[in-house]
Design a protein around this ligand. Structure first.
Ligand SMILES: Cc1cc2nc3c(=O)[nH]c(=O)nc-3n(C[C@H](O)[C@H](O)[C@H](O)COP(=O)(O)O)c2cc1C
Length: 168
């Protein structure tokens, strides 16, 4: 698929078939994630790949908006031990967000569906995800990305709004 087509075709998919996502496809997604840019190339990310049904059930309870049934979830965490020092540390959020978008785009390219479910900065949701996966203190769960073979196909669309662009 052309990149432009992938960009427009990427939509949040929240309904999936029972077919699991293969190991090979999962690896493709993780390669895409780690191809992303990061401030000073610190790569302050960790990826938790979840296929265990019981843990997937636990993740669903993280927030009101994470109740999605999928065969695969990738939880992206910021690793503060790898982040930039002091006031620059928060760049981990942008770094991990870039990795997240890469996963969504590659998933679309592979014919998979995916949805980004935000966790950080919701403290209660962070704690639930941390507990479900045994995430160490120095890591902060940014989101849960649910991924699977799509059972719905939201329409591709262009959200361009001319009045939000400011040429100087
Ligand atoms: C930071 C962030 C947090 C989000 N959290 C959730 C969520 O918790 N649950 C959910 O179903 N969708 C979530 N979404 C998906 C958005 O609802 C979705 O991207 C938006 O409605 C636009 O639709 P589209 O992705 O189909 O273009 C989130 C998206 C982002 C970027």
């Amino acid at each position: 698929m052309e990149l432009k087509e992938v960009l427009l075709k990427r939509r949040s998919v929240r309904k999936f078939t029972e077919e699991p996502v293969s190991y090979e496809m999962t690896e493709e997604l993780l390669h895409a994630a780690m191809s992303g840019p990061s401030a000073c190339n610190r790569k302050p990310w960790e990826f938790y790949v979840v296929t265990n049904e019981q843990i997937l059930e636990e993740l669903k309870t993280a927030s009101k908006f994470t109740k999605i049934s999928a065969k695969l979830a990738i939880v992206i965490c910021g690793n503060l031990s790898r982040a930039l020092p002091m006031h620059m540390a928060d760049y981990w959020i942008q770094d991990c967000s870039a990795a997240t978008e890469n996963i969504l785009l590659r998933a679309t390219d592979l014919g998979l569906g995916a949805v980004w479910c935000g966790i950080h900065p919701q403290k209660r949701a962070e704690e639930k995800v941390r507990k479900a996966l045994g995430i160490p203190e120095k890591q902060i769960p940014l989101n849960i990305i649910y991924i699977g073979h799509p059972a719905e196909e939201p329409e591709a669309r262009d959200q361009y709004e001319e009045n939000r662009v400011h040429y100087i």
